[in-house]
Design a protein around this ligand. Structure first.
Ligand code: ZN
Length: 355
């Protein structure tokens, strides 16, 4: 048992979870998921992909719990007018992975839980895997000694000699940079670059492509998800924030909205909620986002959403494969925030003394 788990278990048995949850009952808990892992072992992306059993276990826990689950639009409306039920939860899922349709939608349907999907549209229209994520997977899962076999990886190591492929942190950095390099190539050259990297690393990508490990839903699949009850909202067209330039962000939202309205055959004005891709946001874009007719925008910052919070930057609870049920419960009750807040206050008072 880790120290954190042990500490949480003590707090729970002392009744602190119940007390804090009562104190925080007026806040909204916005859960954040991404996709499910469809690939082989070891699992990649702790918070990007979850094992299907873990997701099912979480949703079953939630359905049995005293936390009422509301659709996002209703939750935001009731956060605004003060009529939110105690300890309200809303479920949001980012990106629109194929695995979300395959594995999450059936669980949500079976348990009757409402959820919102923030769908990015570029890869749904274009088809094929999300290449920067696939590249990151290839690099971070590759043994260090084969990394130098890729011309792309060699070139990168040449320009960034500090990146050590022998350490996981170094591989993460190489994966991230190489993913960005591939992303910056013209669309027609990206898949060739990915094939070069995969073949240099000795990785067969056929099963990855066939199994659709890194695919988003196609247009037909997005329609199917919507028909099966998933609320679909905005997440930009290309999953980019363009250096937080307000006009570019607004344009991303408008293209995303137009594409979703076309794909789903519904009114463009029905898209009123937005999630910042990769959580990238700043005050500089709030007005531009609001002017796009957005009523709520969520980030990946951790916490519960209060009535007084800025609607253009609502915090969420990011659920991950490695999170224990106890930690999940600590986050939902608000105990986690309370501990994190206390730690922060302790650190800043230490800094005052040290300074
Ligand atoms: Zn995203």
């Amino acid at each position: 048992m880790s120290k954190t788990t042990a500490a949480l278990a003590v707090l729970k048995s002392a009744g602190v979870f119940g007390l804090v949850s009562r104190a925080m009952r007026s806040k909204l808990r916005i859960l954040c998921y991404h996709g499910l892992w469809l690939g082989d072992s070891p699992q990649y992306g702790d918070c990007l992909y979850m094992q299907s059993q873990r997701f099912e276990q979480r949703m079953e826990w939630l359905a049995r719990s005293a936390f009422p689950v509301l659709p996002l639009d209703e939750a935001i409306r009731r956060l605004d007018d003060g009529s939110l039920p105690d300890n309200a939860v809303t479920i949001t899922i980012d990106d629109g992975w194929f695995s979300t349709l395959k594995g999450m939608v059936p669980v949500l349907e079976r348990l009757g839980l409402p959820a919102t999907l923030y769908a990015t549209t570029y890869y749904s229209v274009r088809g094929g895997p999300v290449l920067n994520v696939l590249v990151d997977y290839l690099i971070t899962q590759a043994p260090a000694e084969v990394l130098g076999r890729s011309a792309y990886a060699r070139e990168l190591a040449g320009t960034h000699p500090g990146l050590a492929p022998s350490s996981p942190a170094g591989r993460n950095a190489i994966g991230g940079r190489l993913a960005a390099t591939v992303d910056a190539l013209p669309g027609s050259q990206r898949m060739d670059a990915v094939r070069e990297i995969a073949s240099a690393l000795g990785k067969d990508i056929a099963p990855i492509l066939e199994g659709r490990w890194f695919d988003l839903m196609s247009e037909d699949e997005l329609r199917e998800a919507h028909d099966r009850g998933l609320d679909i909202q905005l997440h930009t067209h290309t999953h980019r924030m363009h250096g937080l330039v307000p006009e570019k962000v607004a344009s991303e939202i408008e293209v995303n909205r137009r594409e979703l309205a076309r794909i789903l055959g519904i009114d463009p004005s029905s898209f009123r909620h937005f999630c910042y891709p990769s959580g990238v946001h700043s005050r500089a874009v709030f007005d531009a986002v609001r002017h796009c007719g957005i009523r709520s925008a969520t980030t990946t910052e951790s916490g519960l959403a209060a009535a007084a919070d800025e609607r253009m930057s609502l915090s969420r609870i990011l659920d991950c494969q490695s999170m224990t049920t106890l930690e999940f419960e600590a986050r939902l009750t608000g105990v986690w925030d309370m501990i994190a807040g206390a730690r922060k206050r302790m650190r800043s008072s230490e800094e005052v003394y040290a300074g």
